[in-house]
Design a protein around this ligand. Structure first.
Ligand code: SF4
Length: 384
């Protein structure tokens, strides 16, 4: 019998202390302050199609989305908001452009928050007093969502284009209008499709205000490009402690945005990692098909919620070292695989049995971790 720790590894290293922001409440989800960085997405259905929208929200919820935004371009969409807000399992934010009247409709409908774009709501500034009062009475926060593609004309003229300074100034100007009416239940985004401009804009904002920040690279592109742009930009900011909620924008199904967002947070130790496959890139020394092995193990363990680290290594150079460091691993060579559990070799199996053995051992470990309530403490269990 070998004593095996199934507790969490060391306290995860974080790259920076979080910027101290005010905390707001978006329905049941706290944003800012010491609240964990949340992941949000946006539906792609017509909001007026209540059934399809609620179906997509359910899929997003299942994928780990914590806050969802819905577009509200027409009266029919505004009319659908109350049912959607009531039936959604996660807080619903109404996304309003152009028409201030829908801001009031969204507040009345019970939405958890409203996003406004100061650059394209005509006469928006004249309505701030009324909006601040309605939002304050209903305890509904407002996101001031500045977008490079729809920047206020005044700032475009002043700066010539959507520079970081122009984006930050637009947001802070709008926030100041709300502040005049004592309303500070605000979060801010300043999105640009260029991660470099976007990062600079958020850094400016972070220096100049204490509002919680919603990070986003807008129009980031198809899944591959958008994932990289978002990971780079969010990584830069979050590693400096900047950012309270994130939305990855992809030209792809919204659940994909959520997966990417969660993975970014897990990679930065801002969220408890779940299943993590540590696999080598393979090279001329590989003695097994590492890609196939990693794919098969990933597929076999899909959906596992416990923070299990599984190493799949192609040869004996780094294999035993990585496999030992992981909760579970294999170091392959000479048509065989040495199976490690918590640093100990528990058996050696022929290559054809590596995948099934890893999956079997992973399931056992996962069960023991769940039984032991692994997210806290370091319980000891024994395996033979
Ligand atoms: S573990 Fe072995 S096969 Fe994999 S990359 Fe390293 S040296 Fe190459």
């Amino acid at each position: 019998m070998t004593a095996i720790s199934l507790g969490m590894p060391d306290v995860p290293i974080k790259l920076a202390e979080r910027r101290k922001s005010r905390q707001i409440q978006v329905g049941s989800v706290a944003v800012g302050g010491d609240a964990p960085v949340s992941v949000q997405s946006m539906t792609t259905t017509r909001t007026s199609d209540i059934g399809a929208t609620l179906q997509q929200i359910a899929e997003l919820t299942a994928s780990g989305c914590q806050i969802v935004r819905v577009a509200c371009p027409t009266q029919d969409d505004a009319d659908a908001l109350s049912t959607i807000a009531r039936k959604s399992q996660i807080p619903v934010i109404a996304d309003i452009h152009f028409q201030p009247k829908y801001v009031f409709a969204a507040i009345d409908a019970g939405c958890a928050a409203v996003r406004v774009n100061p650059g394209n709501i005509k006469q928006f500034d004249d309505k701030v007093r009324e909006i601040a009062k309605a939002a304050s009475d209903a305890r509904v926060p407002i996101r001031i969502g500045v977008n490079a593609g729809s920047l206020d004309r005044r700032l475009l003229e002043k700066y010539g284009k959507a520079t970081p300074e122009a984006l930050a100034e637009s947001a802070l100007w709008e926030a100041s209008l709300f502040e005049e009416h004592g309303f500070r239940d605000i979060k801010i985004s300043v999105k640009h499709n260029d991660p470099v401009v976007m990062v600079a804009a958020y850094r400016l904002l972070a220096q100049k205000c204490d509002y919680p920040l919603h990070l986003g690279v807008t129009e980031a592109g198809p899944a591959f490009q958008g994932t990289i742009k978002s990971a780079v930009a969010f990584g830069a900011l979050l590693s400096e402690g900047i950012g309270d909620t994130i939305r990855v924008s992809l030209s792809a199904p919204p659940a994909e945005e959520v997966k990417v967002g969660i993975q970014i947070l897990e990679s930065l130790n801002l969220r408890q990692r779940r299943l993590e496959i540590v696999s080598c890139p393979s090279c001329g020394r590989a003695q097994v098909d590492v890609y196939k092995l990693a794919d098969q193990v990933s597929a076999g363990l899909e959906g596992m919620e416990v923070p299990l680290r599984v190493a799949v290594m192609g040869c004996v150079v780094n294999g035993p070292g990585e496999a030992r460091e992981a909760d579970l691993g294999v170091a392959s060579g000479n048509g065989k695989g040495q199976i490690f559990v918590k640093g100990e070799v528990i058996k050696t199996v022929p290559e054809s049995k590596i995948v099934e053995t890893l999956i079997e051992e992973a399931m056992k470990l996962a069960e023991q971790m769940e039984d032991a309530g692994v997210t806290s403490g370091e319980p000891q269990v024994s395996v033979s």
